[in-house]
Design a protein around this ligand. Structure first.
Ligand SMILES: NC(=O)c1ccc[n+]([C@@H]2O[C@H](COP(=O)([O-])OP(=O)(O)OC[C@H]3O[C@@H](n4cnc5c(N)ncnc54)[C@H](OP(=O)(O)O)[C@@H]3O)[C@@H](O)[C@H]2O)c1
Length: 260
């Protein structure tokens, strides 16, 4: 495609990206918009409002028929997914949704001894329950061929000491991805997961230097940490119609640190 022609391969598509105020989610939202999608950006912290608003401005400036809107809800609350769906339908005057990226997540460093039920709820409510309820809430509005993409982690496969609950949550989301792919396949929807390795973001700041050094050593591609720009185009490809024969998969986006 000539450089001066905008790419509108997702033109007319309605997307929701949870946790899109910053980090990987913000990169995914922008990448979908670059391809022409209208994107609902969700987040929860009041301090992230300026970031979310700035992203809406950047998307508007693309001038490619993409659009963006924001909704601030806490995905720990079971009623939030329905609120996100309602906000999306209203913002883009639509009755259908084409792309759902379950990206919002929290990390927790906590050695097993000392892990509490509250720790479990802190992680699983956002990383597992919210994507399941979000997918359920979007389901009646999905327009085939819809695309659901769940953001997992290298931790689902590579045990990292101190991350028992977090790693378990990401393994759970991969199991959900497979079951959901089977359940939604007849309708023509695909469901996949992308599992990043370490990616420069606020979340990365919580990982110890020792663990990071070990992961960098294992990373085949240039022995470096990933950046958001390494992950977002993979998600954007899964959102395209051309990815239709890929479903129920987890794509390792780790520069070869983890080869599934
Ligand atoms: N960074 C990495 O190295 C890495 C590696 C593997 C997998 N991942 C996964 O990639 C995803 C994004 O990670 P990231 O590094 O971009 O994280 P991040 O920079 O910490 O951003 C997290 C995003 O999730 C949102 N969020 C958190 N708790 C929420 C809640 N209760 N309700 C609604 N939204 C909530 C945040 O919103 P606010 O801004 O409002 O707080 C923010 O938009 C996560 O699922 C993470 O597990 C990250």
């Amino acid at each position: 495609m000539p450089a001066d022609l905008p790419n509108r391969s997702l033109g007319g598509k309605i997307a929701i990206v949870t946790g899109a105020s910053r980090g990987i989610g913000a990169g995914i939202a922008y990448e979908l918009a670059k391809n022409g999608a209208k994107v609902m950006i969700t987040y929860t912290s009041p301090t992230s409002t300026p970031l979310a608003e700035a992203l809406v401005s950047r998307i508007t400036e693309l001038n490619n028929d993409a659009a963006a809107a924001i909704v601030r809800v806490d995905l720990r609350l079971p009623e939030s997914p329905a609120a996100i769906v309602a906000a999306t339908l209203a913002a883009f005057s639509t009755t259908t949704i084409d792309i759902l990226v379950n990206n919002a997540g929290v990390e927790l460093y906590r050695p097993l001894l000392g892990t509490t039920a509250a720790d479990f709820a802190h992680v699983f409510d956002v990383n597992v329950r919210a994507p399941i309820l979000m997918t359920e809430a979007a389901l009646p509005y999905l327009r085939a061929p819809a695309r659901i993409i769940n953001i997992s982690s290298i931790g689902a496969r590579r045990g990292v000491p101190g991350y028992t609950v977090y790693d378990a949550s990401k393994a759970a989301i991969e199991g959900f991805t497979r079951a959901c792919a089977v359940e939604l396949g007849d309708a023509g929807h695909s469901v996949n997961a992308v599992a990043p390795g370490q990616v420069v973001s606020d979340m990365l700041g919580t990982v110890s230097g020792e663990i990071l050094d070990d992961l960098i050593k294992r990373t085949a591609m240039q022995h470096r940490v990933g950046v958001v720009g390494d992950i977002a185009p993979i998600v954007a490809w899964l959102a395209q119609e051309s990815s239709r024969w890929v479903t129920g998969q987890t794509i390792s986006a780790t520069g070869g640190c983890e080869m599934l």
